[in-house]
Write a protein that binds this ligand. Structure first.
Ligand code: URA
Length: 236
């Protein structure tokens, strides 16, 4: 068994948090384990819980369309979620659940070692950049531990809001260029394509916590702020 198979088995038998009690299937992840680009969503919904595969519902269909628009297919990418089990009624992830599941995601990133990580939605993005709202970060490629992280709105949010869908479509168009520039030189990722100046980005470090109101991907509940949200990933 490969390390990846072992990880998937651990996820399927995981009981580290209470979400395990109500799951039909855990959803470790899917796709090319050697992919150059990795997508990270929030957590499985109803269809994903039924099938044990991420992004197989309506949000997944939109994601597939966006991928097709840049000549990629699902088998070209690796896709997973921050949470590997479905939260009840698709509610927002709880900090304790994110903490419990975090090491699985860390191991996946380490094993895949992608050139580009696309974070889908607030929670996934806050995992890497906890201090700024998704509305400010989306579409901005950010260097992170020798990987380029490109935050985007969640496709489920885009399904509800045409403006977010347009933004998502635009942000997707950056992926081929990012992969190309990563191939050319991984040591100087994308400084020239960052939309904000260094000075602005330094000032942002002292900005108050995000109060962003991106619609919650899996529910209509009010989103919480980063203060009650996930802690930044600690590894690498
Ligand atoms: N939304 C997510 O964040 N992940 C899925 O797998 C499906 C919907």
């Amino acid at each position: 068994m490969s390390d990846f198979d072992i990880l998937d088995e651990e996820v399927r038998s995981c009981t580290l948090c209470t979400l395990s009690a109500k799951r039909t299937n855990a959803v470790p992840g899917d796709g090319d384990r050697k992919a150059n680009v990795m997508f990270i969503g929030e957590g499985p919904g109803y269809n994903e819980d039924q099938q044990g595969i991420p992004f197989v519902g309506r949000a997944g269909q939109l994601l597939n369309e966006m991928l097709a628009s840049i000549d990629l297919q699902r088998q070209d990418i690796y896709i997973t979620n921050m949470l590997k089990c479905r939260p009840p009624n698709n509610r927002d992830p709880l900090p304790a659940e994110i903490t419990a599941c975090g090491p699985y995601l860390e191991r996946q990133i380490t094993m895949i070692s992608p050139k580009v990580i696309v974070t889908l939605g607030r929670y996934s993005t806050a995992n890497f950049f906890p201090n700024e709202p998704i509305s400010k970060l989306r579409g901005k490629p950010m260097p992170w531990n020798d990987i380029t992280v490109l935050p985007m709105y969640h496709p489920a949010a885009a399904l509800r809001n045409g403006k977010l869908k347009d933004a998502l479509q635009r942000d997707f168009q950056q992926i081929p260029e990012l992969l190309d520039s990563e191939n050319a030189d991984r040591s100087s990722p994308l400084q020239n394509t960052l939309p904000t100046t260094t000075e602005e980005r330094q000032l942002d470090m002292f900005a108050p916590p995000p109060t962003d109101k991106e619609p919650t991907p899996n529910s209509d509940e009010e989103p919480s702020t980063a203060e009650s949200g996930p802690k930044q990933m600690s590894f690498l």
